[in-house]
Design a protein around this ligand. Structure first.
Ligand SMILES: Nc1ncnc2c1ncn2[C@@H]1O[C@H](COP(=O)(O)OP(=O)(O)OP(=O)(O)O)[C@@H](O)[C@H]1O
Length: 276
């Protein structure tokens, strides 16, 4: 039987808007990046947001992380209105966020140490998570001795060791070469299938979105960007992100989503050029 907690959406975004105000006080300019955003993500669901460049994907993610305050609307996390940092979420950015002066193990356990977990317990958990991301034996290596893919694995362990109910990922793998990227995507799916966290995944890459997600949301071009399409990805799991791309259903989903996305991408470029 489901508990009330599992029936409640992990993330519920209602009438969300974000207007950026810039200027020096004498001359202000307002830019509404997103408006009328409504989105609900179940516990354990993997949802990707795709959209043209500058449509506000990161803005939505930052508001869901509690790093940016909405200008309008509400975000509920497991039913509770979000105010301040989203403490039920772990966040993985595109950029490197490892501390260069700490070893791989030191980086992985930093969050637990900050929370006051006993050192011996944190180390045991850290070793366990490094093993799970395929980095057993690299506990004492420093970030500058690790490849980009290995550093990403450390970041993943660093996020998952905190056991968040929600994982927020912003273009997390886009800086990696294609082979490493697909390895990381499969690793993430593998870990996710065991842990069943809610994942909100932002990407430019439609193939990546389809191959990983339960649902793909398409955003309109900005300003005042909002979801304009929602596609259920009914591909069987477990999935291999490379193999699934050859599935005829993948190809037909790709075509349907791209039909909606293509026009927005063109509009997005035009709008960006006009703002220059
Ligand atoms: N602090 C800010 N002040 C003013 N405008 C901003 C600010 N942050 C973002 N914007 C604008 O808001 C819009 C949405 O930005 P955001 O980074 O969320 O888009 P995105 O979809 O994640 O972009 P990309 O796909 O290129 O990463 C963009 O046009 C951006 O220029």
């Amino acid at each position: 039987m489901n508990t009330p907690e599992t029936n409640t959406p992990a993330i519920e975004i209602s009438d969300l808007a974000c207007t950026f105000i810039s200027g020096d006080g004498k001359k202000e300019s307002h830019y509404t990046a997103v408006r009328d955003v409504n989105l609900s993500i179940r516990a354990g669901e993997f949802v990707s947001i795709v959209g043209p460049t500058g449509c506000g994907k990161s803005t939505i993610l930052n508001m869901t992380a509690g790093l940016l305050k909405p200008s309008h609307g509400t975000i509920r996390i497991f039913g509770e209105p979000l105010s301040g940092l989203n403490r039920r979420a772990g966040y993985m950015f595109q950029a490197e966020n490892l501390m260069p002066w700490r070893s791989a193990l030191g980086n992985v356990i930093a969050g637990l140490e900050f929370k006051g977990v006993k050192k011996s317990e944190a180390i045991e958990k850290g070793r366990h998570w490094l093993r799970r991301v395929g980095l057993a034996g690299f506990e004492d290596s420093y970030p500058h001795h690790l490849s980009g893919g290995m550093r990403k694995r450390v970041s993943m362990a660093q996020t998952l060791i905190m056991d968040p109910d929600i994982i927020l990922m912003d273009e997390s793998f886009s800086a990696l070469d294609i082979q490493t990227r697909q390895l990381m995507e499969n690793l993430l799916l593998d870990l996710w299938s065991g842990e069943k966290k809610a994942v909100l995944f932002i990407t430019h890459d439609l193939d990546e979105a389809i191959s990983m997600s339960d649902r793909v949301i398409v955003m309109s071009a900005g300003p005042a960007s909002h979801p304009i399409g929602e596609f259920l990805i009914d591909l069987p799991r477990p999935r291999d992100v490379t193999e699934v791309r050859g599935d005829p259903r993948f190809v037909s989903l790709h075509r349907s989503i791209w039909n909606v996305l293509r026009e927005e991408v063109l509009k997005g470029y035009e709008n960006q050029m006009q703002r220059k």
